[in-house]
Design a protein around this ligand. Structure first.
Ligand SMILES: [Cu+2]
Length: 337
């Protein structure tokens, strides 16, 4: 037994040497964390944002994104120059699991995910990779994957603090009379349009950081209960730069994009319908701003941002936004004789 001691000793020394060479000088593959989206307590204010939306990591590190909202998002990495596909198409040929590897050569995406779901991406190769949500056009970010020889500028605590600050800034934005409680109060001096027979169907803003863009959207009808008289016309308008809404009375159609057949177009381009009874089914289709123009591309057509309904008879007419009713975007029109 004594004779074996030198052998065991040298094996031990070799182990120490191996540890010294391969473990001590280089950091272990790090796992980073970020969040997707943020929302107010009543779900009415949604930050359509990666928080934070710019992260520096080392090759072979991974990032786990945690989804925290009732509104759906995706975490998606496209190939450079790849045409952006609809969310339901996602990345052709890519099989989704709980994690994926992205090196820039093949597109990677989650499905539409909601709170309590996570997704981890491993980055084996150095490069600068754009991060997008396939559902929200102005929800982008970047992951800088550096070689191991380069130092990282920030640690996880920095990103946690930055995410908290950005979350607060987005959800407490008070422009256009929005507030984070979503209680729809606003100062009369802020009003830019007549409150008479008008309903603000969504407001929002795009904000940018050096890493990309984020959007904050208020998913509420500003005056959810509106009282008018028979024969009058009510107008809904959407002043959100990117988020679509619908005004839907009665049965929700399978495809929410086009208007129902009983909707016509006024001379100024606004959609218009007539409701005679609470049993009528009327659907505005998507009410949404035009997409942003870009040099070198065809000018985008005007958006359809207004919807009008003429109520011919008294009654109570509940309606929803077909896209956001599950987040509480509902209203009713009380028509007096
Ligand atoms: Cu909506």
């Amino acid at each position: 037994m004594i004779a074996r001691n030198p052998i065991r000793c040298s094996a031990f020394l070799r182990l120490i040497l191996l540890l010294g060479v391969f473990i001590v000088p280089q950091a272990v593959q790090a796992q980073w964390h970020a969040t997707v989206g943020a929302q107010s307590k009543d779900k009415g204010h949604q930050a359509l944002a990666f928080l934070p939306n710019e992260i520096w990591i080392h090759a072979d590190d991974s990032i786990t994104w945690e989804f925290v909202t009732d509104e759906i998002h995706t975490v998606s990495f496209l190939k450079s120059g790849q045409t952006r596909l609809p969310r339901r198409v996602g990345c052709p040929g890519f099989t989704l699991g709980g994690s994926a590897t992205f090196d820039g050569s093949t597109c990677v995406t989650t499905d539409a995910l909601v709170k309590e779901q996570t997704f981890t991406v491993f980055f084996p190769t150095a490069g600068n990779f754009k991060l997008v949500c396939l559902i929200h056009a102005n929800m982008t970010g970047v992951v800088h994957v550096l070689p191991l020889s380069e130092p990282l500028p920030h640690d996880q605590d920095f990103y946690d603090d930055q995410a908290a600050q950005q979350r607060h800034d987005l959800l407490s934005d008070t422009d256009k009379g929005t507030d984070h409680d979503g209680d729809h109060e606003r100062d009369d001096s802020d009003r830019t349009r007549s409150p008479e027979n008008q309903v603000n169907a969504g407001v929002g803003e795009i904000v940018a950081t050096p890493g990309g863009s984020s959007t904050v959207s208020v998913l509420r009808f500003e005056e959810p209960t509106k009282v008018i008289h028979a024969g009058e016309t009510l107008e809904w308008s959407n002043s959100d730069p990117v988020t679509a809404h619908t005004i839907t009375f009665g049965v929700e159609p399978a495809n929410p994009v086009p208007p129902s057949a009983n909707v016509t177009v006024d001379a100024d381009g606004a959609r218009h319908s007539v409701i005679n009874s609470p049993a009528d089914n009327v659907h505005s289709g998507f009410i949404i701003a035009s997409t942003q123009d870009r040099v070198g591309l065809a000018q985008s057509p005007l958006g359809v941002t207004r919807f009008r309904v003429t109520f011919t008879h008294p009654g109570v007419f509940p309606y929803i936004c077909a896209l956001h009713d599950d987040l509480g975007m509902k209203g009713e029109v009380i028509v007096l004789p």
